[in-house]
Design a protein around this ligand. Structure first.
Ligand code: NAD
Ligand code: DAU
Length: 359
């Protein structure tokens, strides 16, 4: 079996759902169920014995020890993290606790477990750490895309905490021989994404007739990848990635934020037209995110050359699937729009730094 951490979050839940369609191997899912964790995303597995959910923290050493002893996983996939850049700006401490300290505790318990395995099981074991392209910092408009050799230059408390965890993972391989793999992926979108992130936030606000807040002038660039493609990349790296290596994962879909929001509005105008005007009439420009990285772009040549992985979706096909999913799953959106989430929106978007301004 495999142990997945953070499997009730956006990418973790998609990964588990995809995994179940691919093979019969049991998944133990350890998740703290923070505001971002949502078991409703895994409701279809409620009666599936191949999914074992454990409510807990990756920093809980006693729990980790007992889970590893009991289930004896052949691999651990670490998705668990605080993942939202804006939240890391408002309050970095949780990011240090989970992304840095939590990953350290997880690595320590995994090292102890791995040391106790026989030589064959040790050789077969993998610790796959799911990381981000944000650790590489920000690109200028004509800079080449990030490769695995690009120096780390994280700019937000979130990306700094992920960079720290990546370094610890690397050190556990170099020092102790733990068979680790790291993936650095670009911006994901798709079903079950918490509506604090740009794409689900815009979709939710479109449907609710609320403003669509664009930071700065909307010309920051992200490289968008459909979440199902990220899941297939992780499976490919787990299966055949070279131990100790890092793999960049990206969609070759560089878009400005304004292009993304206009695309969402155009698809909604077609699928669920408003009585008057376009959803794009709801766009407003708000004060920029502090330290806002200008551009991310991934060079995914290594994973293509070594593992034959490339994305199945273009931005155009993936984004249409995503909009359709959100339109068909309004009850999921309503369920996640909890009290805590409403408090976040109020705090963040009415903060003096995030007020509406003219473009
Ligand atoms: P998410 O915020 O949607 O989900 C995170 C999950 O981790 C939640 O279920 C939460 O309850 C759980 N969690 C948080 N702290 C925990 C702890 N201490 N112990 C156990 N569980 C805990 O995040 P996501 O967007 O699904 O991202 C998953 C991973 O992928 C993260 O490591 C993130 O850095 C990375 N990543 C995300 C993206 C993206 O675009 N979303 C892109 C590249 C990499
Ligand atoms: O690049 C990978 C990263 O992508 C992941 O590591 C992070 O976990 C994930 O959250 C994401 O980070 P971003 O900061 O790029 O994603 P977010 O959806 O928050 O923002 C995308 C872009 O949209 C970014 O340039 C900021 C902008 N934005 C975001 C929000 C929430 C807006 O203009 N308005 C908004 O209201």
């Amino acid at each position: 079996m495999i142990l997945v951490t953070g499997g009730a979050g956006f990418i973790g839940a998609n990964f588990i759902l995809d995994w179940m369609t691919q093979n019969n191997e049991t998944v133990v899912n350890l998740d703290k169920l923070t505001y971002a964790g949502n078991l409703a995303s895994l409701a279809s597995l409620e009666t599936d014995a191949r999914h074992i959910f454990v409510h807990g923290d990756i920093g809980d050493r006693a729990l980790l020890k007992s889970l590893l002893t009991k289930h004896r996983p052949r691999a651990i996939l670490n998705f668990a993290a605080e993942s939202h850049v804006d939240r890391s700006i408002h309050g970095p401490e949780d990011f240090i606790q989970t992304n840095v300290v939590g990953t350290f505790h997880l690595l320590e318990e995994v090292r102890s477990y791995w040391n106790g395995l026989n030589a064959t099981d040790q050789a077969d074991f993998r610790f796959l750490h799911v990381s981000t392209d944000e650790v590489y910092g920000s690109l200028g408009s004509s800079d080449p895309a990030f490769t695995e050799m690009t120096a780390y230059a994280p700019n937000s408390p979130y990306s700094a905490s992920k960079a720290a965890s990546d370094h610890m993972v690397r050190a556990y391989h170099h020092t102790y021989g733990l068979p680790v793999l790291t993936t650095n992926c670009s911006n994901n979108y798709g079903a079950y994404q918490f509506p604090e992130k740009l794409i689900p936030l815009v979709l939710m606000n479109c449907m609710a007739g609320k403003p669509l807040p664009i930071y700065g002038d909307g010309s920051n660039v992200r490289d968008w990848l459909f979440v199902g493609d990220h899941c297939s990349a992780i499976r490919a790296v787990l299966k055949a990635g070279r131990v100790g290596e890092t793999y960049n994962v990206g969609g070759n879909n560089e878009k400005t934020n304004l292009q993304v929001v206009h695309t969402l509005c155009d698809i909604l105008d077609e699928l669920q037209p408003k009585k008057h005007g376009s959803y794009s009439d709801q766009i407003i420009f708000v004060t920029d995110r502090p330290g806002h990285d200008r551009r991310y772009a991934i060079n995914a040549q290594k994973i293509l050359n070594e593992l034959g992985w490339k994305p199945a979706e273009t931005f155009e096909t993936g984004i249409r699937k995503t909009v359709t999913w959100y339109l068909q799953h309004q009850e999921w959106v309503a369920q996640v729009a909890s009290g805590e989430y409403r408090d976040w929106l109020k705090k963040h978007y009415t903060d003096k730094n995030y007020t509406e301004r003219t473009a």
